[in-house]
Design a protein around this ligand. Structure first.
Ligand SMILES: [Cu+2]
Length: 456
């Protein structure tokens, strides 16, 4: 009798906890579009996804939970805002997102072999997204062992013409984010001019030349760091060399909309920060153009191609980096027209970034092209006071037991090294939720035990 009463009580608790977990998902989006990934170091990402006809995957309500912290907003939305492909003969320019779209029937149907160790998510009833949590490569190594760069990736494949684009968003346990795109499929265009300087004649493909072209990938990041949507800032970091071989750091914060160029000579990067603290101290992200070997500039034809990074004041009708007015005639045509001196102070800002890949066809591109990966990093900056997860207790997990004993009297021991002692996570804002995993596990265990009792 007592056992059945306990069981009813526990089922009630279990239902309540499950309801609370679902309520958490529903707070942000429908359960089937909600993604939560928790990592060994205690950090986590949560977000919602949707598939649009033009952009395909759009992520929204993207939040990070630092080690020892609570969930806090990072982006209100992330999307690919254009796939601009300019051919070297300038006979044609594709704007794949607005011309064809990456969603609906362009979405590749994935199978388990496409998503090893991952989970397939359905887009309108078909498996179209692979979500995979990965140990990744080494994040860092100490004298006694390695910690791996845990991450969660979402990718989807869009077939446009002969190309297949593997569009990927990767979120790391240290709070960093890496958008990337793999260009695969097959070559698209050939010219009948066999010796064209704009292309190459390939083995087994006589009397034509396959044309060189530039893939310009444009990402749109609507940053919303912390609770306040209107206190994010974009700053540019330049390191200016002098005749004595030194470099001085210069930081400029933009007060109005701006269009900027990648400048490797000045080690240029950009910082997105939140709140009123000085830029150097404020929590945020550093945008690093890691793959900038090529760059398309056609100022006479498409002036917006002169620039690589833009900051604009958020507008719903500014969604595509080019051909925007095809769908939103009330707004500008391209990124450069969005930059029209509006203030970005105390405003919701959107950051746009372009990476170019110039593709000279190779014999090896036929019949199937290997994926050529391009992307960039948004690295967590000032989100944690020290290496995330490498605090005293986590150190014990990383290090073997014997190693911990060996270290007890050295400066590497957590108690002797202030940097290793519980570095407090800096929380950008508060959008907390209780971690319900433990109570759920406990109740499940007791219920299981009671089941066993009954069957005996
Ligand atoms: Cu190509």
């Amino acid at each position: 009798m007592l056992v059945s009463q306990i069981r009813i009580l526990l089922w009630f608790c279990l239902s309540t906890l499950l309801w609370m977990e679902n309520a958490r998902a529903n707070e942000l989006c429908a359960e089937e579009q909600y993604v939560l990934s928790e990592f060994d170091n205690g950090a986590a990402w949560e977000m919602c996804w949707t598939s649009r006809e033009r952009e395909n995957i759009v992520l929204s309500n993207v939040r990070y939970r630092p080690v020892n912290g609570e969930f806090t907003s990072v982006f209100s939305s992330l999307s690919l805002s254009q796939l601009h492909v300019a051919y070297d003969d300038n006979n044609i320019t594709y704007n794949d997102v607005t011309q064809f779209g990456l969603g609906t029937f362009h979405i590749g149907r994935l199978n388990e072999a496409d998503c090893p160790k991952g989970e397939l998510l359905d887009i309108n009833g078909n498996p179209g997204i692979c979500k995979v949590q990965s140990m990744g490569d080494e994040a860092y190594r100490t004298a006694n062992g390695a910690q791996y760069a845990e991450s969660v990736s979402l990718f989807s494949v869009s077939h446009v013409g002969s190309y297949a684009y593997l569009i990927t968003w990767q979120f790391f346990s240290d709070g960093s984010v890496q958008p990337s795109i793999g260009a695969a499929g097959a070559l698209q265009r050939a010219s009948e001019h066999v010796h064209s300087a704009h292309g190459r004649e390939l083995e087994g493909s006589p009397e034509k030349s396959w044309l060189s072209h530039t893939h310009n990938y444009y990402w749109r990041m609507d940053f919303d760091l912390g609770d306040n949507n209107n206190d994010d800032k974009l700053s540019e970091l330049n390191l200016i060399p002098d005749a004595l071989g030194r470099r001085a750091r210069q930081t400029q914060t933009f007060s109005i909309e701006a269009a900027r160029k990648i400048a490797p000579q000045q080690m240029r990067s950009w910082l997105v920060t939140s709140g009123n603290k000085p830029v150097e101290e404020a929590p945020g992200y550093s945008i690093e153009p890691s793959y900038y070997g090529h760059k398309l500039e056609r100022p006479d034809i498409e002036p917006f191609t002169k620039y690589d990074l833009f900051v604009t004041k958020h507008k719903d009708c500014e969604r595509y980096s080019s051909e925007n007015n095809k769908f939103y005639p009330e707004c500008g045509s391209d990124l450069l027209s969005f930059v029209n001196e509006e203030s970005v102070e105390n405003a919701d800002i959107v950051v746009w970034h372009r990476i170019s890949f110039h593709h000279v066809p190779r014999n090896e591109d036929q019949a199937n092209m290997h994926s050529h990966w391009d992307g960039f990093f948004m690295r967590a900056r000032n989100l944690s006071a020290a290496t995330p997860g490498h605090n005293g207790s986590q150190g014990d997990i990383i290090l073997a037991d014997s190693a911990v004993n060996d270290l007890a009297s050295t400066s590497l021991a957590p108690e002797n090294n202030p940097e290793l002692r519980n570095p407090p996570a800096i929380v950008v804002g508060r959008q907390g939720s209780a971690n319900l995993s433990w109570p759920l596990l406990l109740i499940f265990s007791i219920l299981l035990a009671l089941r066993t009792v009954r069957f005996e």
